[in-house]
Design a protein around this ligand. Structure first.
Ligand SMILES: [Zn+2]
Length: 382
Protein backbone atom coordinates (compact mmCIF):
# COMPACT_ATOMS: atom_id res chain seq x y z
CA UNK A 1 0.00 0.00 0.00
CA UNK A 2 1.56 3.32 -0.98
CA UNK A 3 1.46 6.52 1.06
CA UNK A 4 -1.52 7.94 -0.78
CA UNK A 5 -3.70 4.88 -0.17
CA UNK A 6 -2.63 4.71 3.47
CA UNK A 7 -3.63 8.34 3.90
CA UNK A 8 -6.96 7.69 2.19
CA UNK A 9 -7.72 4.72 4.41
CA UNK A 10 -6.70 6.62 7.53
CA UNK A 11 -8.83 9.64 6.65
CA UNK A 12 -11.77 7.38 5.86
CA UNK A 13 -11.43 5.56 9.16
CA UNK A 14 -11.19 8.91 10.93
CA UNK A 15 -14.36 10.18 9.27
CA UNK A 16 -16.24 6.97 10.02
CA UNK A 17 -15.18 6.84 13.65
CA UNK A 18 -15.97 10.52 14.13
CA UNK A 19 -19.42 10.06 12.67
CA UNK A 20 -20.03 6.87 14.55
CA UNK A 21 -18.61 7.96 17.90
CA UNK A 22 -19.35 11.64 18.24
CA UNK A 23 -22.65 11.99 16.43
CA UNK A 24 -23.98 8.49 17.01
CA UNK A 25 -24.68 7.98 13.31
CA UNK A 26 -25.51 4.48 12.21
CA UNK A 27 -23.40 3.65 9.15
CA UNK A 28 -25.54 0.61 8.42
CA UNK A 29 -29.04 -0.39 9.48
CA UNK A 30 -29.09 -2.15 12.80
CA UNK A 31 -32.74 -2.98 13.26
CA UNK A 32 -33.09 -6.08 15.39
CA UNK A 33 -36.22 -7.83 16.44
CA UNK A 34 -38.64 -10.55 15.58
CA UNK A 35 -41.04 -9.93 12.78
CA UNK A 36 -43.97 -12.00 11.63
CA UNK A 37 -43.23 -12.81 7.98
CA UNK A 38 -45.23 -11.07 5.26
CA UNK A 39 -45.83 -12.29 1.73
CA UNK A 40 -45.56 -8.90 0.06
CA UNK A 41 -44.02 -5.51 0.84
CA UNK A 42 -44.95 -2.26 -0.89
CA UNK A 43 -42.45 0.51 -0.13
CA UNK A 44 -43.52 4.01 -1.13
CA UNK A 45 -41.13 6.94 -1.16
CA UNK A 46 -42.37 10.51 -1.41
CA UNK A 47 -39.29 12.29 -2.71
CA UNK A 48 -38.80 15.46 -0.67
CA UNK A 49 -41.92 14.82 1.46
CA UNK A 50 -41.87 16.20 5.00
CA UNK A 51 -44.87 16.18 7.36
CA UNK A 52 -45.49 19.82 6.52
CA UNK A 53 -45.94 18.95 2.84
CA UNK A 54 -49.18 17.26 3.94
CA UNK A 55 -50.26 20.47 5.69
CA UNK A 56 -49.29 22.67 2.75
CA UNK A 57 -51.10 20.32 0.36
CA UNK A 58 -54.31 20.64 2.40
CA UNK A 59 -53.93 24.40 2.65
CA UNK A 60 -53.45 24.77 -1.11
CA UNK A 61 -56.09 22.25 -2.21
CA UNK A 62 -58.76 22.93 0.41
CA UNK A 63 -58.83 19.17 1.12
CA UNK A 64 -59.86 18.39 4.71
CA UNK A 65 -57.84 15.24 5.09
CA UNK A 66 -55.29 13.23 3.17
CA UNK A 67 -55.45 9.44 3.29
CA UNK A 68 -51.82 9.30 4.37
CA UNK A 69 -52.63 11.23 7.57
CA UNK A 70 -54.63 8.49 9.27
CA UNK A 71 -54.70 5.49 6.91
CA UNK A 72 -51.82 3.80 8.76
CA UNK A 73 -51.46 1.88 12.00
CA UNK A 74 -48.18 3.48 13.13
CA UNK A 75 -46.48 6.80 12.47
CA UNK A 76 -42.90 7.72 13.29
CA UNK A 77 -39.96 9.73 12.03
CA UNK A 78 -36.78 8.88 10.13
CA UNK A 79 -33.45 10.65 10.30
CA UNK A 80 -32.10 11.20 6.82
CA UNK A 81 -28.50 12.43 6.88
CA UNK A 82 -25.94 10.85 4.55
CA UNK A 83 -22.55 9.61 5.68
CA UNK A 84 -20.83 12.77 4.48
CA UNK A 85 -23.50 15.48 4.82
CA UNK A 86 -26.09 16.57 7.39
CA UNK A 87 -28.36 17.32 4.43
CA UNK A 88 -28.60 14.32 2.13
CA UNK A 89 -29.28 14.20 -1.59
CA UNK A 90 -31.65 11.69 -3.17
CA UNK A 91 -28.80 9.40 -4.25
CA UNK A 92 -27.33 8.78 -0.79
CA UNK A 93 -30.82 8.70 0.75
CA UNK A 94 -32.08 6.30 -1.94
CA UNK A 95 -29.07 4.08 -1.24
CA UNK A 96 -29.81 4.19 2.51
CA UNK A 97 -33.47 3.29 1.91
CA UNK A 98 -32.66 0.55 -0.63
CA UNK A 99 -29.60 -1.09 0.94
CA UNK A 100 -29.44 -0.17 4.64
CA UNK A 101 -26.00 1.39 4.04
CA UNK A 102 -25.14 5.08 4.43
CA UNK A 103 -22.86 6.53 1.80
CA UNK A 104 -21.72 9.84 0.27
CA UNK A 105 -23.99 12.34 -1.48
CA UNK A 106 -24.14 11.44 -5.17
CA UNK A 107 -23.56 7.69 -4.66
CA UNK A 108 -25.97 5.15 -6.15
CA UNK A 109 -25.73 1.82 -4.34
CA UNK A 110 -21.99 1.96 -3.71
CA UNK A 111 -19.86 2.05 -0.57
CA UNK A 112 -18.02 5.25 0.41
CA UNK A 113 -14.77 3.29 0.34
CA UNK A 114 -15.49 1.61 -3.02
CA UNK A 115 -17.23 4.18 -5.24
CA UNK A 116 -16.36 2.42 -8.49
CA UNK A 117 -18.12 -0.74 -7.32
CA UNK A 118 -15.07 -2.84 -8.05
CA UNK A 119 -15.79 -6.27 -6.64
CA UNK A 120 -18.73 -5.52 -4.39
CA UNK A 121 -21.53 -3.10 -3.61
CA UNK A 122 -24.32 -2.98 -1.04
CA UNK A 123 -27.16 -5.36 -1.89
CA UNK A 124 -30.45 -3.55 -2.59
CA UNK A 125 -33.91 -4.81 -1.68
CA UNK A 126 -34.76 -5.78 -5.28
CA UNK A 127 -31.63 -7.92 -5.45
CA UNK A 128 -32.50 -9.45 -2.08
CA UNK A 129 -36.12 -10.12 -3.11
CA UNK A 130 -35.03 -11.74 -6.41
CA UNK A 131 -32.71 -14.07 -4.48
CA UNK A 132 -35.72 -15.04 -2.39
CA UNK A 133 -37.69 -15.87 -5.53
CA UNK A 134 -40.10 -12.94 -5.17
CA UNK A 135 -41.47 -10.83 -8.00
CA UNK A 136 -40.01 -7.31 -8.02
CA UNK A 137 -41.07 -3.92 -9.32
CA UNK A 138 -39.90 -0.29 -9.45
CA UNK A 139 -42.46 2.39 -10.34
CA UNK A 140 -41.72 6.12 -10.30
CA UNK A 141 -42.72 9.42 -11.84
CA UNK A 142 -39.00 10.20 -12.17
CA UNK A 143 -37.05 9.22 -15.27
CA UNK A 144 -35.28 5.87 -15.31
CA UNK A 145 -31.90 7.44 -14.52
CA UNK A 146 -33.33 9.17 -11.41
CA UNK A 147 -31.56 8.65 -8.10
CA UNK A 148 -34.34 6.86 -6.23
CA UNK A 149 -35.30 4.21 -8.82
CA UNK A 150 -31.62 3.67 -9.63
CA UNK A 151 -30.79 2.99 -5.98
CA UNK A 152 -33.13 -0.03 -6.21
CA UNK A 153 -31.59 -1.41 -9.41
CA UNK A 154 -28.07 -0.09 -9.96
CA UNK A 155 -24.63 0.63 -8.53
CA UNK A 156 -22.71 3.67 -9.74
CA UNK A 157 -20.09 6.11 -8.56
CA UNK A 158 -22.22 9.18 -9.27
CA UNK A 159 -25.90 9.87 -9.90
CA UNK A 160 -25.03 11.84 -13.06
CA UNK A 161 -23.88 8.64 -14.83
CA UNK A 162 -27.15 8.53 -16.70
CA UNK A 163 -26.36 5.84 -19.28
CA UNK A 164 -24.64 3.64 -16.71
CA UNK A 165 -27.77 3.74 -14.52
CA UNK A 166 -30.28 3.16 -17.34
CA UNK A 167 -28.33 0.24 -18.79
CA UNK A 168 -28.18 -1.43 -15.37
CA UNK A 169 -31.98 -1.25 -15.26
CA UNK A 170 -32.10 -3.28 -18.45
CA UNK A 171 -29.71 -5.85 -16.97
CA UNK A 172 -31.28 -5.93 -13.49
CA UNK A 173 -33.75 -8.80 -13.86
CA UNK A 174 -36.44 -6.78 -12.03
CA UNK A 175 -39.85 -7.82 -13.37
CA UNK A 176 -41.14 -4.34 -14.12
CA UNK A 177 -39.45 -0.95 -14.12
CA UNK A 178 -41.95 1.73 -15.07
CA UNK A 179 -40.64 5.28 -15.14
CA UNK A 180 -40.65 8.49 -17.12
CA UNK A 181 -38.17 8.44 -19.97
CA UNK A 182 -34.60 9.69 -19.84
CA UNK A 183 -34.23 8.98 -23.55
CA UNK A 184 -31.55 6.36 -22.84
CA UNK A 185 -33.74 3.28 -23.26
CA UNK A 186 -35.15 2.68 -26.73
CA UNK A 187 -36.59 -0.25 -28.66
CA UNK A 188 -33.04 -0.84 -29.91
CA UNK A 189 -31.68 -0.98 -26.33
CA UNK A 190 -34.07 -3.72 -25.23
CA UNK A 191 -33.99 -5.69 -28.52
CA UNK A 192 -31.79 -8.54 -27.32
CA UNK A 193 -32.85 -8.46 -23.67
CA UNK A 194 -35.61 -10.20 -21.72
CA UNK A 195 -37.56 -6.91 -21.57
CA UNK A 196 -40.46 -5.54 -23.57
CA UNK A 197 -40.57 -1.76 -23.91
CA UNK A 198 -43.88 0.00 -23.28
CA UNK A 199 -44.45 3.74 -23.66
CA UNK A 200 -48.17 4.43 -23.18
CA UNK A 201 -51.42 3.11 -21.66
CA UNK A 202 -52.36 1.13 -24.81
CA UNK A 203 -49.04 -0.75 -24.80
CA UNK A 204 -49.34 -1.35 -21.06
CA UNK A 205 -52.79 -2.84 -21.55
CA UNK A 206 -51.55 -5.04 -24.39
CA UNK A 207 -48.56 -6.32 -22.37
CA UNK A 208 -49.05 -10.06 -21.72
CA UNK A 209 -48.85 -11.30 -18.12
CA UNK A 210 -45.51 -12.71 -17.06
CA UNK A 211 -43.43 -10.64 -19.52
CA UNK A 212 -40.72 -8.43 -18.04
CA UNK A 213 -41.20 -4.81 -18.99
CA UNK A 214 -39.48 -1.46 -19.05
CA UNK A 215 -41.98 1.40 -19.07
CA UNK A 216 -40.83 4.70 -20.58
CA UNK A 217 -43.65 7.16 -20.32
CA UNK A 218 -43.40 10.68 -21.67
CA UNK A 219 -45.27 12.28 -18.84
CA UNK A 220 -44.92 13.41 -15.25
CA UNK A 221 -47.27 10.55 -14.35
CA UNK A 222 -49.09 12.46 -11.68
CA UNK A 223 -51.49 14.57 -13.70
CA UNK A 224 -53.78 12.90 -16.23
CA UNK A 225 -54.22 16.11 -18.19
CA UNK A 226 -50.57 15.83 -19.27
CA UNK A 227 -51.39 13.13 -21.77
CA UNK A 228 -54.51 11.01 -22.07
CA UNK A 229 -52.62 7.94 -23.25
CA UNK A 230 -50.32 7.88 -20.21
CA UNK A 231 -51.19 6.30 -16.88
CA UNK A 232 -50.95 8.22 -13.61
CA UNK A 233 -48.72 7.08 -10.75
CA UNK A 234 -51.67 5.53 -8.88
CA UNK A 235 -52.91 3.72 -12.00
CA UNK A 236 -49.42 2.35 -12.62
CA UNK A 237 -49.20 1.20 -9.02
CA UNK A 238 -52.51 -0.68 -9.18
CA UNK A 239 -51.42 -2.29 -12.45
CA UNK A 240 -48.00 -3.19 -11.02
CA UNK A 241 -49.52 -4.83 -7.93
CA UNK A 242 -51.91 -6.80 -10.14
CA UNK A 243 -49.04 -8.12 -12.28
CA UNK A 244 -46.66 -8.86 -9.39
CA UNK A 245 -49.27 -10.56 -7.18
CA UNK A 246 -47.98 -14.11 -7.28
CA UNK A 247 -47.94 -17.20 -5.10
CA UNK A 248 -44.37 -16.48 -3.93
CA UNK A 249 -45.01 -12.83 -3.05
CA UNK A 250 -43.49 -9.57 -4.27
CA UNK A 251 -41.49 -6.49 -3.38
CA UNK A 252 -42.57 -3.23 -5.02
CA UNK A 253 -40.99 0.23 -4.64
CA UNK A 254 -43.05 3.22 -5.76
CA UNK A 255 -41.72 6.76 -5.80
CA UNK A 256 -43.59 10.05 -6.15
CA UNK A 257 -40.76 12.21 -7.49
CA UNK A 258 -42.48 15.53 -8.10
CA UNK A 259 -43.10 16.50 -4.47
CA UNK A 260 -39.35 17.19 -4.47
CA UNK A 261 -39.09 18.68 -7.93
CA UNK A 262 -41.82 21.28 -7.36
CA UNK A 263 -40.53 22.04 -3.86
CA UNK A 264 -37.13 22.95 -5.33
CA UNK A 265 -38.91 25.66 -7.32
CA UNK A 266 -41.20 26.49 -4.36
CA UNK A 267 -44.23 25.87 -6.57
CA UNK A 268 -46.86 25.06 -3.93
CA UNK A 269 -49.67 24.54 -6.46
CA UNK A 270 -47.78 21.94 -8.50
CA UNK A 271 -46.34 20.29 -5.39
CA UNK A 272 -49.94 19.95 -4.17
CA UNK A 273 -50.98 18.14 -7.38
CA UNK A 274 -48.04 15.78 -6.98
CA UNK A 275 -48.79 15.21 -3.27
CA UNK A 276 -52.47 14.49 -3.98
CA UNK A 277 -51.54 11.91 -6.62
CA UNK A 278 -48.99 10.36 -4.27
CA UNK A 279 -51.76 10.20 -1.64
CA UNK A 280 -54.01 8.36 -4.16
CA UNK A 281 -51.11 5.97 -4.78
CA UNK A 282 -50.56 5.33 -1.08
CA UNK A 283 -54.29 4.64 -0.62
CA UNK A 284 -54.25 2.16 -3.52
CA UNK A 285 -51.38 0.28 -1.83
CA UNK A 286 -53.09 0.16 1.57
CA UNK A 287 -56.42 -0.86 -0.01
CA UNK A 288 -54.62 -3.81 -1.59
CA UNK A 289 -52.89 -4.68 1.70
CA UNK A 290 -56.23 -4.62 3.56
CA UNK A 291 -57.85 -6.94 1.04
CA UNK A 292 -54.81 -9.24 0.88
CA UNK A 293 -54.16 -9.50 4.63
CA UNK A 294 -50.51 -10.51 4.17
CA UNK A 295 -48.89 -7.33 2.84
CA UNK A 296 -46.84 -4.68 4.65
CA UNK A 297 -46.96 -1.10 3.37
CA UNK A 298 -44.29 1.36 4.45
CA UNK A 299 -44.25 4.98 3.34
CA UNK A 300 -41.39 7.36 3.95
CA UNK A 301 -39.36 10.08 2.26
CA UNK A 302 -35.72 10.36 1.32
CA UNK A 303 -35.50 13.89 2.78
CA UNK A 304 -37.53 17.07 3.15
CA UNK A 305 -37.33 19.69 0.38
CA UNK A 306 -38.14 23.37 0.70
CA UNK A 307 -37.86 23.87 4.48
CA UNK A 308 -41.62 24.39 4.88
CA UNK A 309 -42.59 26.30 8.06
CA UNK A 310 -45.84 27.56 9.57
CA UNK A 311 -45.67 31.33 9.85
CA UNK A 312 -48.21 34.15 9.82
CA UNK A 313 -51.09 31.69 9.62
CA UNK A 314 -49.86 29.65 6.67
CA UNK A 315 -47.40 27.01 5.50
CA UNK A 316 -44.66 28.48 3.28
CA UNK A 317 -41.37 27.44 1.74
CA UNK A 318 -38.21 28.96 3.21
CA UNK A 319 -35.60 27.54 0.81
CA UNK A 320 -35.19 25.89 -2.58
CA UNK A 321 -33.03 23.02 -1.39
CA UNK A 322 -33.24 19.91 0.75
CA UNK A 323 -33.33 20.29 4.53
CA UNK A 324 -32.14 18.11 7.40
CA UNK A 325 -35.66 17.72 8.87
CA UNK A 326 -36.78 14.25 9.91
CA UNK A 327 -39.36 12.73 7.57
CA UNK A 328 -42.51 10.66 8.15
CA UNK A 329 -42.52 6.88 8.44
CA UNK A 330 -45.99 5.33 8.01
CA UNK A 331 -46.50 1.63 8.64
CA UNK A 332 -49.42 -0.65 7.75
CA UNK A 333 -49.68 -4.40 8.20
CA UNK A 334 -47.20 -5.09 11.01
CA UNK A 335 -46.97 -4.39 14.74
CA UNK A 336 -43.32 -5.41 14.77
CA UNK A 337 -41.48 -2.42 13.33
CA UNK A 338 -42.06 0.88 15.13
CA UNK A 339 -44.11 2.08 18.06
CA UNK A 340 -46.16 5.24 17.59
CA UNK A 341 -43.91 8.31 17.51
CA UNK A 342 -40.59 6.44 17.27
CA UNK A 343 -37.66 8.19 15.62
CA UNK A 344 -35.47 5.75 13.67
CA UNK A 345 -32.54 5.86 11.27
CA UNK A 346 -33.62 5.55 7.62
CA UNK A 347 -31.13 2.68 7.15
CA UNK A 348 -33.22 0.59 9.58
CA UNK A 349 -36.21 0.52 7.21
CA UNK A 350 -34.72 -1.78 4.52
CA UNK A 351 -33.29 -4.03 7.24
CA UNK A 352 -36.76 -4.44 8.69
CA UNK A 353 -38.25 -5.07 5.22
CA UNK A 354 -35.65 -7.76 4.48
CA UNK A 355 -36.47 -9.50 7.77
CA UNK A 356 -40.20 -9.33 7.01
CA UNK A 357 -39.41 -11.01 3.68
CA UNK A 358 -37.46 -13.77 5.38
CA UNK A 359 -33.86 -12.55 5.81
CA UNK A 360 -31.95 -14.19 8.63
CA UNK A 361 -29.56 -12.21 10.85
CA UNK A 362 -26.68 -12.25 8.36
CA UNK A 363 -28.60 -11.70 5.13
CA UNK A 364 -29.09 -7.92 5.13
CA UNK A 365 -27.40 -5.45 4.93
CA UNK A 366 -24.98 -7.37 2.74
CA UNK A 367 -22.84 -7.06 -0.36
CA UNK A 368 -23.38 -8.23 -3.91
CA UNK A 369 -20.64 -8.88 -6.45
CA UNK A 370 -20.43 -6.03 -8.93
CA UNK A 371 -18.09 -4.63 -11.49
CA UNK A 372 -17.06 -1.25 -12.83
CA UNK A 373 -19.23 -0.57 -15.89
CA UNK A 374 -16.38 0.83 -17.92
CA UNK A 375 -18.20 1.12 -21.23
CA UNK A 376 -21.16 3.16 -20.00
CA UNK A 377 -19.22 5.32 -17.55
CA UNK A 378 -16.85 6.34 -20.35
CA UNK A 379 -19.87 7.07 -22.58
CA UNK A 380 -21.34 9.21 -19.77
CA UNK A 381 -18.08 11.11 -19.33
CA UNK A 382 -17.62 11.89 -23.00
ZN1 LIG B 1 -34.29 17.11 -4.60
Amino acid sequence: MNNVSIKKVLSLLTVLSLLWGIFGIAVVGEWEGDVAPAKNVIYLIGDGMGYDHWKMCKQESGTDKLFIEDGFEYYGFAKTRSLTNAVTDSAAAGTALATGVRTYNGAIGVYLYNPLAIGSSPKNLCEFAMEKGLMTGVVTSDSDDGATPSAFSSHSVERGMSLDLSMQHVESGIDLIWTASSGNITAETVKDTEYTLITNSDELEALPDGVKSIGQFNTDLWARENDDNCPTLSELTVEAIDRLDDKNGFFLMVEGAHIDKHSHSNDAAKMTEAMLEFDNTVKAAVDYAKADGNTIVIVTADHETGGIVYKDGKYSYTQGSHSAANVPVCVYGTDDFIAEGDTINNVDIPVFISKALGADEEAFPASVPSSFNFKYIIADLF
